[in-house]
Ligand binder design. Structure first.
Ligand code: COI
Length: 332
């Protein structure tokens, strides 16, 4: 069988080659280009494709693959929010993702950035850079003194909870689907409002869906404790970013950790050095001393990238051989 991979980065190549070497019977080919209606033909002759991109998998893109008889598509990432599922269903696509490539990669990043916000690390770094070595007024807050409210108890949320507990924080959580082992130990609050009322740190660990767009808006921020820290390492559209900027201006929020941004596509993972920066709101956030922006890099570790590549290829091989893949995605 033949598997073709799109948008393979330099840092993914070694893992792709490792997988290909371990599967000498499978023909593996790849490109660094994204999957679009124009590039789909590169996969000609393949039985399945391995993909990753934040660019939408549009009806046209899916059709272009299907026109070549390719309907087995394996994502190297978790999120499936950029796939036109109705079209995928119509064309009979079988899709897999990699839901657990490394929850630790994302959870660790969230914890580190939260702790840095609590310690006012960016302010202190800036003072140091200017030769100002005074302590005051850059005093920190200890993690163990915080109630950490975790929205979503999937793999990432649960690792985040464990690490935060290791620091001594009080952890509370909310999820529509409760995990019995967490419920037994009394971690769940009854409502999001209860979580907002109690939490010093509010951290999002849920997928983006049609119904949770801008779930963190001005009204919700008003329900949070004064000096709360908001953490979004999950999906940009969950947060009304302008409302967060306003709450930072008003001194309502103590800080903001942002690894995902609602308008990140085409902006993150690009080099804007010596170019006009395209997004004033994002620039404003990046420049703030109490906001830590990273360009969707929480996932970006050697451990995670290896698993994303290897597991996606394993899944795709299962699909093309007519076997049950480990992590099928519900299409529709
Ligand atoms: C995902 O796996 O869905 C992510 O958000 C990481 C991706 C940008 C590689």
């Amino acid at each position: 069988s033949k598997i073709f991979a799109f948008s393979i980065r330099k840092d993914e190549e070694p893992y792709l080659k490792e997988w290909a070497a371990a599967h000498p019977d499978v023909e593996v080919d790849y490109t660094d280009q994204l999957l679009t209606p124009d590039t789909a033909a590169l996969a000609k002759g393949a039985d399945g494709v391995v993909v990753y991109q934040q660019l939408d998998y549009t009806p046209e893109t899916l059709q272009a693959l299907a026109d070549q008889g390719i309907t087995k598509m394996s994502l190297r990432n978790v999120g499936v929010d950029n796939i036109d599922m109705a079209k995928a269903k119509e064309l009979g696509f079988e899709i897999t993702n990699v839901p657990v490539y490394s929850p630790n990669a994302i959870a660790e990043h969230a914890v580190i950035q939260t702790a840095r916000v609590l310690r006012q690390a960016k302010r202190m770094d800036e003072k140091m850079a200017h030769g100002d070595l005074r302590w005051a007024p850059t005093i920190g807050r200890e993690v163990r003194d915080q109630t950490v409210g975790v929205i979503g108890t999937g793999h990432i949320g649960r690792v985040f909870m464990q690490i935060m507990e290791g620091f001594g924080a009080k952890v509370i959580t909310y999820d529509v689907r409760k995990k019995p082992e967490l419920e037994e130990k009394g971690y769940y609050v009854d409502s999001l409002d209860d979580l907002y009322k109690q939490a010093d740190v509010v951290s999002l660990h849920i997928p983006a869906t049609k119904s949770n767009y801008h779930m963190i808006d001005a009204e919700v921020i008003a329900k949070m404790k004064d000096d709360a820290v908001l953490v979004n390492v999950s999906r940009g559209p969950l947060v009304d970013t302008a409302a967060v900027a306003k709450a930072l201006d008003d001194g309502k929020l103590f800080g903001f950790v942002m690894d995902t941004y609602e308008d990140e596509v085409g902006v993150f993972n690009e080099d804007w050095t010596d170019k006009d920066f395209p997004d004033p709101l994002l620039k404003d956030l990046i420049d703030r001393p109490n906001v830590l922006v990273t360009p969707h890099t929480a996932f970006y570790t050697t451990h995670a990238v290896r698993n994303m590549v290897v597991k996606a290829f394993d899944n795709n091989l299962a699909l093309v051989e007519g076997q049950e893949p480990d992590t099928p995605v519900e299409v529709g």
